[in-house]
Design a binder for this molecule. Structure first.
Ligand code: ADP
Ligand code: ADP
Length: 225
């Protein structure tokens, strides 16, 4: 589904990704694990069209997406939930979710998908008329994920959904990630928390200072933990 081949990404003179290659197959949960500053967010920003690779190729469903506009990447079926759960604080939960549907190609079934988001995240249903800025961190993470789902992605990019959340909330979020995957959405999950990430993923890549240093099935990598 996604084939990243030998990409180099720079911020000015700083090289954040150094010859990164990885693959995601349809139906998988793949995780990219690494310490703070390793280049995880940079990879997701590159896949979602916010950064351009200087070298290398990115193929998604058989076409090149390297350097394409973020909007056309969303339309092609890739949704990105950035780090730091950015929701529109002065809009309600429902309004944030509706905004997520704005860039989807197929406008049919929006009401049904909204229902589905509320089934996945019952807390959002309870708070649907509430200003999003008043939600807890975990609820804002749920909202950011729900908004991405409203774009009807084939591939969902999740940037550290567990960051700053209490263990119980992390468990909830990860079990919902599993459920979204079971319903047919492929997932690329970026995490510092290797233990949690390996517990939900099929395969994993480990990234250190801009390079992939290890890859394998989640089971294989768990044994090296
Ligand atoms: P991670 O997501 O793994 O924590 P990042 O992808 O955010 O890592 O960062 C990778 C490297 O690129 C780090 O050294 C970081 O400081 C640097 N970096 C990230 N964003 C910028 C930026 N806007 N300008 C310059 N350097 C950046
Ligand atoms: P995010 O990665 O979600 O954008 P961060 O808190 O990592 O959030 O970074 C906030 C902003 O600062 C981002 O625009 C990021 O690209 C930029 N940034 C991160 N690291 C550096 C760095 N070393 N030098 C310059 N800008 C950076």
């Amino acid at each position: 589904m996604l084939k990243v081949n030998d990409i180099n990404v720079f911020y000015g003179n700083i090289q954040a990704l150094k010859g990164v290659s990885l693959e995601v197959n349809e139906g998988e949960i793949v995780t990219l694990i690494g310490a703070n500053g390793a280049g995880k967010s940079t990879l997701l920003k590159t896949l979602s069209g916010l950064l351009k690779p200087k070298q290398g190729t990115i193929e998604y469903l058989g076409s090149s997406i390297a350097g394409k506009q973020a909007q056309s990447i969303v339309k092609a079926g890739i949704s990105h939930v950035p780090e730091g759960r950015r929701v529109f604080a002065n809009m309600t939960v429902e309004e944030n979710l509706e905004l997520g549907a704005y860039l989807r190609k197929d406008k049919d079934g929006i009401a049904k998908d909204l229902q589905r988001v509320f089934e996945l995240f019952p807390r959002l249903l309870e708070r649907r008329k509430q200003q999003s800025g008043t939600l807890s961190g975990g609820e804002q993470q749920m909202l950011a994920m729900g908004r991405a789902i409203m774009a009807k992605p084939k591939l969902l990019l999740l940037d550290e959904p567990s960051m700053g959340l209490a263990p119980l909330m992390v468990k909830t979020i990860f079990s919902i990630v599993k459920e979204i995957n079971k319903e047919g959405t492929t997932i690329l999950l970026v995490e510092q928390n290797a233990h949690m990430a390996l517990s939900v993923a099929d395969r994993a890549y480990v990234i250190e200072t801009g390079r992939v240093v290890l890859s394998g099935t989640a089971k294989e990598l768990k044994e090296t933990e």
